[in-house]
Design a protein around this ligand. Structure first.
Ligand code: IMP
Ligand code: MG
Length: 179
């Protein structure tokens, strides 16, 4: 699929994202006020979302990154999740909030949350920019969701297509011109 020859349909505009992040930032700040918050951001897809989201917090926060295996160059998950790079800090005193770009099958988020629970943090919750509930293969209901979207492959704002387009500042869907 040559993405440049397709129609780019904006799903979440820069303004939509900015407005929603202000709300999420406030909600999360209120929920974790006076608690030790540790954001675990899943690379690479969530780097843009995490950077914008944490700047909406009005509470102190520690931030680190984990790398998990993902879709690679295709548009379908391989079904297996691997931790490529783990959190090294002791999380025992912290409330962990896992941040990812999207929950699709739910395999990644479930695996990462179960893994982080073995490090005995005070709590483990998650926040995703996008949620595709129709695609779920495992039971998981993200605690904080930016936008619930239909079952379509989305690109931009951290999400890649063939490793490109992560830098596009909005979320879009690609469709055929003659549709
Ligand atoms: P999972 O199926 O919930 O495990 O999704 C794992 C990862 O697949 C996400 O963190 C994304 O990086 C990637 N992914 C899922 N759906 C999409 C999509 O529509 N566009 C781009 N990447 C996606
Ligand atoms: Mg990802």
């Amino acid at each position: 699929m040559d993405i440049d020859k397709k129609v780019w349909e904006v799903l979440c505009s820069e303004e939509d994202i900015s407005n929603r992040l202000k709300e999420l930032g406030q909600e999360i700040s209120d929920a974790y006020r006076d608690k030790k918050l540790y954001v675990v951001s899943l690379l690479r897809g969530s780097f843009v979302f995490t950077a914008d989201l944490v700047r909406k917090f009005d509470i102190p926060v520690k931030i680190d990154f984990m790398t998990t295996s993902s879709y690679g160059h295709g548009t379908e998950s391989s079904g297996s999740v691997k931790i490529v790079n783990d959190i090294k800090e002791n999380l025992e005193d912290y409330h962990v909030l896992v941040v990812d770009d999207i929950t699709d099958s739910g395999l990644t988020m479930k695996y990462v949350m179960d893994h982080l629970k073995t490090k005995n943090p005070v709590s483990v919750k998650c926040c995703v920019l996008l949620d595709k509930p129709e695609r779920r293969k495992v039971e998981i209901d993200p605690d904080y969701v930016g936008f619930t979207i239909p079952d379509k492959f989305v690109v931009g704002y951290g999400l890649n297509y063939g490793d490109y387009y992560r830098n596009i500042p909005y979320v879009f869907v690609v469709t055929d011109k003659d549709r």
